[in-house]
Write a protein that binds this ligand. Structure first.
Ligand SMILES: [Zn+2]
Ligand SMILES: [Zn+2]
Length: 377
């Protein structure tokens, strides 16, 4: 009978290529941690200092992540106060790399520690409902690789475009509280090579939030549309975005999706471990076999289509254990090796193609759960 660890080792792999597609800041070294006691100031909490402790805890519950960390620098009492904030300490302990990225991109200005921790503990993509390995920072939502690549929702807008299309300047948007994040310089790596270099930082916001704010500022949607229709450039920009005119013809806009996104670990509260998503070797082998066979997709079985659809998709460990019970290729591999899943008297029959299961040795098995900052780049 296989243990869970043996199942993960035998049937799953991690897609590190997806982790390199988006921006990420290195985790702060321990001696530069924001709440280092050695670097404390001796400031005063001012009027906050007159509040009883229970009210202070209420105040910091509503502080943005950035405000909370800044408060921790004021004096030793404030440091202890912030360190006792459970969501903040959990993020710092389990996802230091994410925390560093949120600070470096200004995302920490807009969301509380509790909001960030909630999303770390929720594994599903907000669009398709499958596991999502990314945080789309302008909206602070979890998404998967496929939705990030295809959904119009994850096409961020720049303040410059916003001004040209709808007439709102960046200071106006900031005053209205629209989250404007900045990307980090760096390179996007696909297929083990640098595909795009990002030498500078860009600012992005959610198109959905920008549109809602523009309607609010102009008063009504028809007033905003009259404003847009009177201006050729505004009309062109608006129509391009409104109708999602093929994103792939505009590589620059396409890249903006990845620049506004970072890796988002998932914390399983039942096992108290951090996960980053694992994929199914069985589905991958099915997809390879079908593509190499040159059989047209109209002749594929429903099971084959499902395997191709799920190939390369990431799962949580728990959902992966559910998936392999329905994955013919995974079951065939187990049968070929005389292995059984826990609770199975006999594995399901399935076609065994030993050649197809010649798995490359370069694949890394899922790493044991570690802190975010410890992950291999
Ligand atoms: Zn999705
Ligand atoms: Zn599978």
């Amino acid at each position: 009978m296989l243990t869970d660890a043996e199942i993960f080792s035998l049937l799953s792999y991690r897609r590190l290529d997806l982790e390199h597609q988006v921006i990420s800041s290195p985790a702060a070294p321990p001696d530069e941690a924001p709440l280092d006691f050695q670097n404390l100031c001796r400031g005063s909490l001012g009027q906050l200092g007159t509040l009883p402790l229970e009210l202070l805890h209420e105040v910091i519950r509503f502080c943005t992540l950035h405000a909370l960390i800044s408060l921790g620098f004021v004096n030793r009492f404030a440091t202890v106060l912030v360190s006792s904030s459970s969501p903040y300490t959990l993020i710092a302990a389990h996802a230091p790399k994410l925390l560093a990225t949120l600070l470096a991109t200004d995302t920490a200005f807009y969301y509380t520690a509790a909001e960030i921790w909630d999303i770390i503990c929720s594994p599903l993509c907000c669009v398709c409902g499958y596991y999502g390995q990314y945080l789309y920072m302008p909206e602070c939502v979890r998404c998967c690789e496929r939705c990030l690549r295809r959904s119009p929702r994850f096409w961020p807008i720049t303040p410059d475009t916003m001004e040209k299309a709808y007439g709102m300047t960046e200071p106006m948007l900031r005053r209205a509280g629209v989250a404007i994040i900045k990307s980090l310089p760096g390179a996007r790596i696909t297929d083990n090579k640098v595909s795009v270099d990002w030498p500078m930082s860009f600012r992005y916001m959610s198109e959905r939030a920008a549109w809602e704010e523009a309607v609010r500022w102009h008063g009504r949607e028809d007033v905003l549309m009259r404003y847009v229709n009177r201006r050729p450039l505004a009309k062109q920009l608006h129509e391009t975005r409104l109708y999602g005119i093929d994103w792939y013809i505009n590589e620059e806009e396409h890249e903006s999706r990845y620049r506004a996104t970072t890796n988002l670990p998932y914390f399983d509260q039942a096992t108290k471990t951090i996960e980053r998503g694992i994929c199914c070797k069985g589905c991958r082998e099915t997809a390879r076999r079908l593509y190499n066979s040159h059989v047209h997709s109209i002749y594929w079985s429903d099971g084959d289509r499902e395997a191709v659809k799920m190939s390369g998709r990431a799962y949580t460990r728990k959902s992966f254990l559910g998936h392999i019970r329905k994955c013919p290729e995974s079951l065939a591999l187990l049968k070929s090796r005389g292995k059984k899943l826990p609770g199975d008297d006999a594995v399901t029959d399935g076609e065994v193609d030993r050649h197809a299961w010649d798995i490359p040795e370069t694949d890394s098995d899922p790493a044991p759960a570690k802190k975010d900052g410890d992950a291999a780049p």
